[in-house]
Design a protein around this ligand. Sequence first.
Ligand SMILES: [Zn+2]
Ligand SMILES: [Zn+2]
Length: 789
Amino acid sequence: MSELKITGNPTPVVGKEEFYSVNQLLANSIPTKNLDGSKPNPFEYPVEWSVHILENGKWRKTKENDKKGIKVTYKFIQQSLERKGIRILAKRGDQVARLDVKPHKAESPKIDSIEFLDKNGKKPTKPFAYGQTLKARVHCLHMENRRVYATLWEDDAAGAGHNKANEKNKMKTLHGTVKGGIADIDFVLEPDFAKIANAIKAKGDSSEGKTHEYYVTAEILNKKTASKNTNVANPDDKVTKAKPATPPKPAAPKKQTPAQKKGPSKKQKKEKSIGDDVIDWWEGLFKVKPIIVPNPQAPTGNNPLKTGEADKNPKEDKKEGPNCGEKFCIKKGDKSELIREINIRLAGFGGNVPTDEFTDRTEKMIKQFQRDYMKVPETGKVCGNVLKAVDEFCNKWVEKISDYTCLCKNVHSITNKCSGFGKGRYNGEYSSSSKIERYHKYERPGIHRALLWGTSTLRFYLSKQDVYKYLWKTAGYRCWEHNNSVPRTSTNHMGKAVDIQFSKNGITIGGKRESNLPLLRDINDKFYSKYLNAKYQWVNGKNNFSIEPIGLGTNQTYSWIHLDVREFDNEYLDDKYFVKTQEKITNGSISELAKKLGFLNTCMCNSGGNNSDTKPQEDAENDKRIDPKKLKASSKAKLFIKDWEAFKPNLYNDDSEDHHCTIGYGHLVHSGPCNGSEPQEFKNGISKERGLQLFDLRIADFEKAVQRDITVPLYQYEFDALVSFLFNCGENFFVLKKAPKLYKHLLNKEYDDAAKEFLDVTSGGLGGLVKRRKAENNMFLNNIYDSNH
Ligand SMILES: [Zn+2]
Ligand SMILES: [Zn+2]
């Protein structure tokens, strides 16, 4: 009998699918034809595959790698590099074959060369002309299916290769995907490029001459590779112009070649965003912002924001209501169902229980919410503006119930799964003689709302910084079926707990590692403890959020953080606080509830800290310039900026020189190109809703930058123009002295001169930027918000 043998790569590359097979037939023992003349059926000899790893001197069979068939595939993960030994076993009948494999790292990606081709992919036989398509073919190594960014430059510097002197001649950055070792990236030589090329001359050159020289750079891991130069006829060169025999066709817009016809529409799209997913954000914007604004003109009607209304002059906001001098505000000592609702929804701001009383804690909670979320003076009282902000907070940060459904759904061996949140069993039964909540076996009917909103608040605070990022939930609900399958006896996750996973500086905190512990403790201190007032190890946990101890021991958490409400008093763990549907998490608009409960005056009253979005804005629009510290970007400005940024659901390298890794509406993920270290949330792609959240958070950084750097008074629209400008150029653009004239004029209160300087910051005249600067100039000078482009 011939031996069973495995054929396949013994040194597989991590992340790459590798094929493994056994010798097809046992040549000596199995006839090539059966006795009846039919072919032998290979399935009569099933081959079973498994993968084993060497741990502590013993081979352990891994769970998920069993396969069947003559030929199978395995893909090894990064972790496999650290294994002491990995063995693939194939069994057929009583025959066993083994293959020891040693995975190795993927080779580092590299750009080999760049060549120029015409639009049909042929080698060009004559110089390119404006209006034509120049195909840059980037030859790559170890970069299959990766994205490559290429930039087209006009060369004014001596010698070949990329030169800093050409920074102003950057024409366009596009991307392509590597297939079969190459990425083809088509650049349309837009007639506008000729103008730029002619406007910027090399030192000492009086004109650009008959031809413009172009080259392309492509980059990976911050390493630029440049093509050779190629010539493009200069349509504006006098000598060229004088010769009617060589007409520079592209300048005439009426007579277009098919290639040109495609050009402009593509161009407009690309200028808005380089990427495949140009989505009209207008549509999304209004869908995801159903903030219910109580309208005092018609107190019984509810007035959700409708398409178009968001763009109204912010002055309209005046209708919100007068300052009632806190007369109608809800405050300490009051009692109502409205207060209970607020205590639930803002529970994460310092911690609270679902009581209907306005307690000391409620007051503290409102203050924290006013300070950190609303950014208004702390009064600790609830008036119309607070109610509105609560609704806004809930719309923005509501949790997804689907993230919490019971883990039994993922366990194949559990046959009697629950429908997501247990089966309501064991109410009042304890797994110990001590009848405390810790041992209460009750499968609660859903997830506790205070826990859900606490988690929302946690995400809100985490989003304010870039070091630690919220990634996902590892566990929400776990019913008894799931417990028994492990087995485990703890009951916290039966509606009262959530486990969350994080990253630090883009790197996932995962695995059972000692090195995770200080990071988790830091997150606990800086967020859970600081903002949610969560108690470590349940100590002093009474009516507070609690954290399971962090460590490598049993009943400790080593790569996630566990938050629960187990230490709430019984009355605060009533069934009514547990929910299992998405709608029930929020349970309607709080402003509407206030009206229903008769707090009409409260809703209309706006006292207790004006949101700076209203009053100062009026001043700034109406009469005099005011201190920028009192200003925020107006809703018009936000719409304007979003329009220029366009929404991208997936990670991309932005258009800047360093191709920073970006997502959503221009949200910077980290500096430098995307490199795989990005949080999983971003790698999966984000929704428009999330994009808008990130945008709203991000805009605050630029408001702050203007407030920090501009010390002279501004009108609202001047402030808005500067926010848009910095959003595009970088928050430190002024301090880095990148626009010294603009900055100087501003600080000298030479507003008109400052406005003119906007027009000069265009990265050497890039079409899209020229238009944006014009629009910002128009905003700054004339209070006109026009984002058409
Ligand atoms: Zn279950
Ligand atoms: Zn847990």
